[in-house]
Ligand binder design. Structure first.
Ligand SMILES: [Zn+2]
Ligand SMILES: [Zn+2]
Ligand SMILES: [Zn+2]
Length: 254
């Protein structure tokens, strides 16, 4: 039994979008407020893994888990998925924290946050270790077997993850057949759905629902929504049985 807490479920802008006065951004429903997408996995042994570490991570952890982190798995290096890495600093002093990502993502992290990874003796830098991972090569993080899965994000190859009976895919446009095969019939699928209208670098709702139909999980949760998806309560009526929009703070057990 593990627990997944959705720390954030919004696209790169978050919702409300700065400067926007649309109906969704003005909504008073807490489910219409979405921080940048990331999730916290709590293992049955009480250890903690975060999936992506965006710019809202500090406030997300203060709200949901103000304690140790045993590993970070990263899908890709866009700012909304790595912008909070420096905020792991104070949590890293005790034992260091292992980050797991593709090689190109590790290169991007070294460029974005050079002081974190250049082994300098500057005081109080985070103790972060970069671990390069490869598609379909299962790794062990905090006692959990985790398999990186290839998906594409526009032209960019990025990673989704299978963790036991959970598959977590964000920012995908195309899910290749070998990834579908690796997660077919899984219990819980978390998958991105940007908005109703198509978008070149993220699946829209129709594409996400088609992917869910192919993967055929028992239940699916949608993440990485734009304000253009509309109000949570209204858009939820468009979803078939077994599919729901995740919202910030939602916790599920798998
Ligand atoms: Zn994103
Ligand atoms: Zn808006
Ligand atoms: Zn992205």
């Amino acid at each position: 039994m593990m627990k997944l807490t959705f720390l954030g479920t919004g696209t790169s802008t978050g919702i409300p979008v700065l400067g926007c006065t649309c109906e969704t951004c003005r909504s008073t429903d807490p489910k219409d407020r979405r921080l940048r997408t990331s999730a916290l996995l709590t293992t049955d042994a009480g250890r903690h893994i975060i999936i992506d570490c965006g710019p809202d991570m500090r406030s997300q952890l203060l709200q949901h888990h103000n304690g140790s982190i045993d590993g970070v798995i990263i899908t890709h290096s866009h700012y909304d998925h790595i912008g909070g890495v420096d905020d792991l600093r104070t949590l890293s002093y005790a034992n260091g924290i292992d980050l797991y990502c593709r090689r190109d993502v590790a290169d991007d992290l070294r460029r974005a946050l050079p002081y974190c990874f250049n082994n300098s003796n500057y005081p109080n830098i985070p103790r972060l270790r970069l671990n390069i991972i490869n598609e379909f090569e299962t790794i062990e993080v905090a006692g959990m077997a985790i398999t990186p899965l290839p998906v594409t994000h526009g032209a960019l190859p990025i990673l989704g993850y299978r963790i036991g009976n959970l598959a977590y895919i964000t920012d995908a446009t195309v899910i290749p057949d070998e990834t579908i095969d690796a997660i077919k019939g899984i219990d819980t699928l978390v998958i991105n759905a940007l908005r109703i209208k198509p978008n070149p670098t993220h699946m829209n709702l129709e594409q996400s629902l088609a992917a869910i139909e192919r993967i055929a999980p028992r239940r699916a949760y949608l993440i990485h929504m734009s304000h253009q998806m509309g109000l949570h309560a209204q858009a939820s009526q468009l979803l078939p049985d077994g599919v729901s929009f995740a919202f910030d703070g939602l916790g599920i057990t798998i």
